[in-house]
Design a protein around this ligand. Structure first.
Ligand code: BES
Ligand code: ZN
Length: 592
């Protein structure tokens, strides 16, 4: 038995499913999906076949034309879930499984009407990355086994379903239910299966791009992301024709635990991006870039996650540089540097999680998640680019994507490819230090600009009384202010906080990056005027990137700890399961 992915029961000696046909009935009352999945193998299979499941209730297993299939669920592992072993009859080419999901399926968040913008209808969304597809569908839940899929989703009349696939029609069933059909003809990793159901409207942004949101936010979303076609064109200029037909986006309710998720043909986005000034669209550039670096060429397992995220961060900043110039890109790298330093600090007692090539046997990939694969990975990519020159590196990248289109690869495969196309480059940048050694190599590339140097010097002079001038205060763009705040000393006085709020009107910011950076500084300083806003943000937003630092900062004073515990008690029923877990671990680390 050979398990090439430590997070899957998939056995590489067994055949891979080629296609899924999925029927899902969405039951909001019971908070369950009633499903039937047919796995097609594209040829005869027989004997043992192992699938991943977690919390699924299996009702029946049939091989069409061959009758019932004997099956057995293995013991339940807290990370992997349960192996579902099927004993496939001779000659069967497909297998049909009927099942239901658990009410606490990690891939799914069921929202009551009060958790939506409109407050009138429930909402459901999925988030399968890293290994939660198995809580939604029995499948070979590893990116090695790519699949195409078709789906039919049966929802209450009046609600709309969207998926990481193209729509192929919908109709009323006449009984208060409505069915939506989808097809994803290209082979995708299971972590890109995605579904959302709610009261949704859309606005076209270009012939191939539209944004979906609740009716209350769709106009704001259309305005915020109006530049997406331009971004697609710039990305195509770098990486070649957009490979997925449409690029649509869905703006989710605020409990969505990530900033964005690159579900193919339907990027999922947090509503915290709706700053009202288009200042947070770098997240869209990132998810769009995954259309090449990730969805087209993905990691073979989470041990090689950096291939996805490191390349995508690099690509995101490359797109940003074309759209907004070198200074904007340098600020992007500076924000990344801050995230990298925070993650290195977070994992200072787990240096093995700071390698790019990770060893994750027995480790929950959600616990290994940090900015390290993103930012250390992006710096390795940038180092290679600097070593061979921009033009040659872009040509290499196009060759790389041609060579590995629609496949899932390891770091070793990547290195072998670089070795043949850019001989000597890995050695020249000391790639081994990034891949297999903890922390950051001191040869890592730096990104500077005059403006970045000015902001850094000013922030560092804060303790000696350095303050931004009225002219700076009036002219800084949101990212400049953010970088300035990030570079301030973490320990400010309450008078410092009052000065900042007065001069930058921080409490009322609609840009969540700025708002949360500010509230984190204020929580660190035990600055009471910020408490109501902190409560408001933590009760509304479930994005883990914001919950972790804010709850973390609240851990430093007795009364902010009490505040955090009180807020969490009220907020946690509305949090996504992943967010709840993260906050629990932050609160458990508080001093007693
Ligand atoms: N694919 C990730 C989100 C993700 C990672 C979900 C791991 C589950 C497990 C997505 O592309 C991403 O990186 N989103 C970032 C935004 C980006 C600009 C760094 C986020 O959510 O903040
Ligand atoms: Zn990403």
């Amino acid at each position: 038995m050979h398990h090439p992915d430590p997070h899957s029961y998939y056995d590489s000696a067994q055949p891979k499913a080629r296609r899924l046909r999925l029927k899902l009935r969405v039951d909001f009352a019971a908070r369950r999906l009633h499903g039937e999945v047919v796995l097609e193998f594209g040829g005869a299979v027989s004997g043992p076949l192992d699938l991943d499941t977690k919390g699924l209730e299996i009702h029946s297993v049939q091989a069409p034309g061959h009758g019932p299939v004997p099956w057995e669920l293995g013991p339940s592992d807290p990370i992997l879930g349960q192996r579902l072993r099927l004993d496939m009859p001779e000659g069967a080419q497909e297998v049909a499984i009927t099942y239901a999901t658990a009410t606490d399926a990690m891939a799914l968040q069921w929202l009551g009407p009060e958790q939506t913008e409109g407050k009138v209808a429930p909402y459901l969304f999925s988030q399968c990355q890293q290994i939660h597809a198995r809580t939604m569908v029995p499948c070979q839940d590893t990116p090695i086994a790519r699949i195409a899929y078709k789906a039919e989703v049966d929802v209450p009349e009046g609600l709309t379903a969207v998926m990481s696939a193209g729509p192929t029609g919908d109709e009323s069933l006449g009984n208060g239910r409505h069915v939506f059909r989808f097809a994803m003809p290209q082979a995708i990793p299971s972590y890109l299966l995605a579904l959302a159901v709610g009261r949704l409207e859309s606005r076209d942004l270009s012939p191939r791009a539209r944004v979906w949101a609740e009716p209350e936010t769709v106009a704001a979303a259309a305005w915020e992301f109006a530049g997406v076609e331009d971004m697609i064109l710039k990305a195509e200029g770098l990486f070649g024709p957009y490979p997925w037909d449409r690029y649509d986006m869905l703006v989710l309710p605020p409990s969505f635990p990530y900033g964005g998720m690159e579900n193919p043909r339907m990027t999922f986005l947090t509503p915290t991006l709706l700053a009202g000034d288009r200042s947070l669209v770098d997240v869209v550039a990132h998810e769009l870039a995954h259309s090449w670096t990730g969805n087209l060429v993905t990691n073979a397992s989470m041990e090689h996650f950096w291939l996805n995220e490191g390349f995508t961060v690099w690509a995101e900043r490359r797109i940003l540089r074309i759209l907004h110039g070198n200074d904007a890109a340098a600020l992007g790298w500076a924000m990344g540097q801050k995230a990298l330093e925070d993650s290195l600090e977070q994992f200072k007692d787990a240096p093995q999680l700071t390698l790019l090539r990770m060893h994750l046997e027995g480790i929950d990939p959600d616990d290994a998640f940090s900015s390290i694969p993103y930012e250390k990975g992006a710096r390795l990519v940038a180092a290679l680019e600097r070593e061979v020159g921009e033009e040659r590196f872009l040509r290499f990248l196009r060759d790389y994507m041609d060579a590995f289109r629609f496949t899932s690869i390891t770091t070793e495969q990547f290195c072998a490819f670089v070795g043949t196309k850019l001989p000597g480059a890995l050695e020249a940048v000391n790639a081994k230090a990034y891949l297999d050694q903890p922390g950051m190599p001191d040869t890592a590339p730096e990104f500077r600009s005059v403006q970045l140097d000015t902001l850094t010097a000013l922030a560092e002079s804060w303790p000696e009384g350095g303050r931004p001038s009225a002219q700076q205060i009036a002219s800084w763009k949101p990212t400049e202010l953010l970088v300035f705040l990030q570079k301030l000393p973490r320990k400010l006085t309450q008078a410092d906080c009052a000065w900042l709020d007065e001069h930058f009107q921080l409490m009322g910011r609609g840009n969540y990056e700025i708002l949360v950076e500010w509230l984190t500084l204020a929580a660190n300083a035990d600055h009471e005027p910020a408490f109501p806003r902190i409560r408001e943000v933590l009760l509304r937003v479930g994005r883990m990137k914001y919950l972790r630092p804010l709850y973390g900062a609240l851990g430093q004073h007795a009364r902010t700890r009490a505040l955090a515990r009180e807020i969490f008690a009220a907020a946690s029923p509305g949090y996504h399961g992943l967010s709840r877990r993260v906050v629990q671990s932050v609160l458990e680390a508080y001093p007693a």
